[in-house]
Design a protein around this ligand. Structure first.
Ligand SMILES: Cc1ncc(COP(=O)(O)O)c(C=O)c1O
Length: 414
């Protein structure tokens, strides 16, 4: 019945069956394994003839409730909750690519994903080509006979560029390839996987889905729309025969997710199921306060530049307006000219916390060049849009006047 509800109602009710003794929040089933009365009963579950939980690395009732809700939020499909956003991306990519295959990826990426693609996977024969996601022709031209996947972030972190994801999806599909989308920054509230024409979504739930900075998690959503019955994907053949549109989920669950073992912990799934209920309300506030802070920073004499797609003069404003319905997310970046002044601003902030996260209820800042991107050389930092003066702000849900006051006093002090 919850399938027919609108988005904001799905956040609260989606995928939740009545709990024991009338419990209205998802029960935490903190059990590593599940007992069966008979050997036949357990065999039936293992062979897929009966539905049931076996072992929490493979599936867990609390995690399943979260998975159902997150799939509904993308417009339908199936979901696999994972231990982190990086676990989701790694598991999803390893489900599709084999040694010798290539990822065609946006160059505007979260540092962890960049290093996964460039450094870790290349040790196992999976390589990546990075192209500016705004360059649609560049993407089309970079597809070659080894390409098996297009990958893009909806709103690049920390570059805050906004690619035309549906246009990239069409380029992928014309070439018979799937597109995987990381919508950590936009969340399904700004645009669902269906609206973005994504085949697979793989993103971090540690951020806005959780909303209060308590939990690390990730999710893979398979919308069941890509045709895996293709000579490019012979390793999907057996799964396609049996599971048709959901061949990806079957291959992920039966092989990679099970074997890699980066499963979600039941207690984390509970916290995420609780947190996601307020996503719509929080995102509205994150977005409106980010606009207010971006406008304030833009007019401040000590601020050299501001990057936020919600500013009318941003080069990304038009496409972001088209894709995200006039909401531009809670992340912005600005610069004060050099590293020393950026550090002074961060040290002067009293309300905003200096830490490596985004999407918390609290306002957060970080200097990416010296922290999360410190291991990258100048050229790589430039590719990711990381300058020495860049301060990334994850605008929280405090009163926006208090957020602005905090930045004002920190900037006035430099
Ligand atoms: C855009 C994006 N994708 C993926 C990740 C990785 O998520 P996690 O930290 O949950 O592994 C992050 C984390 O900051 C992110 O910002």
């Amino acid at each position: 019945m919850t399938q027919t509800l609108r988005f904001d109602s799905l956040l609260v009710h989606g995928g939740l069956e009545a709990g024991p003794a009338g419990a209205t929040s998802v029960p935490i089933v903190q059990s590593s394994s599940f007992a069966y009365e008979t050997a036949e009963g357990l065999e039936d579950v293992f062979r897929g003839r009966a539905v049931g939980s076996v072992y929490t690395r493979i599936g867990n009732p609390t995690t399943e409730a979260l998975e159902k809700r997150l799939a509904l939020l993308e417009g339908g499909g199936t979901a696999i909750a994972t231990a982190s956003g990086m676990a989701a991306i790694t598991t999803a990519v390893l489900t599709i690519l084999r040694s010798g295959d290539e990822i065609l990826s946006s160059s505007s990426l979260f540092g962890g994903t960049f290093s996964l693609f460039r450094d870790t996977l290349s040790n196992y024969g999976i390589t990546a080509t990075f192209v500016d996601p705004l360059d649609l022709d560049g993407f089309r031209n970079a597809i070659n006979e080894r390409t098996r996947l297009l990958f893009v972030e909806t709103i690049g972190n920390p570059k805050l560029d906004v690619p035309d994801v549906p246009a990239l999806a069409r380029i992928a599909h014309e070439a018979g390839l799937p597109i995987m989308v990381d919508s950590t920054v936009s969340t399904p509230y700004l645009a669902t996987g269906a609206a973005l024409e994504a085949d697979i979504l793989a993103y971090s739930t540690s951020k806005y889905i959780n909303g209060t900075g308590t939990t690390i998690g990730g999710v893979i959503v398979d919308r069941g729309v890509f045709d895996w019955n293709s000579p490019k994907f012979p390793h999907f053949e057996q799964f396609h025969k049996k599971y048709r549109a959901f061949a990806f989920t079957a291959r992920a669950r039966k092989l990679v997710h099970k074997d890699v073992g980066a499963c979600a912990a039941p207690f984390n799934s509970y916290l995420l199921t609780e947190g996601v209920q307020t996503l719509a309300l929080r995102m509205e506030r994150h977005c409106s306060s980010a606009v207010a802070l971006a406008r304030f920073l833009k007019d401040h004499p000590k601020v050299a530049w501001v990057s936020y797609p919600g500013l009318e003069d941003s080069p990304h404003h038009e496409i972001a307006t088209k894709l995200y319905g006039g909401r531009y997310g809670g992340l912005l970046a600005f610069g004060t000219g050099d590293k020393a002044s950026a550090f002074k601003v961060i040290n002067g902030l009293k309300l905003a916390k200096n830490l490596a996260n985004i999407g918390d209820a609290k306002t957060l800042v970080i200097h990416p060049a010296s922290t999360i991107c410190a291991d990258y050389n100048g050229e790589e930092k430039a590719l990711m849009g990381v300058t020495e003066d860049l301060i990334r702000v994850s605008v929280g849900i405090e009163d926006s006047l208090d957020i602005i006051d905090d930045f004002k006093q920190a900037l006035d002090g430099i």
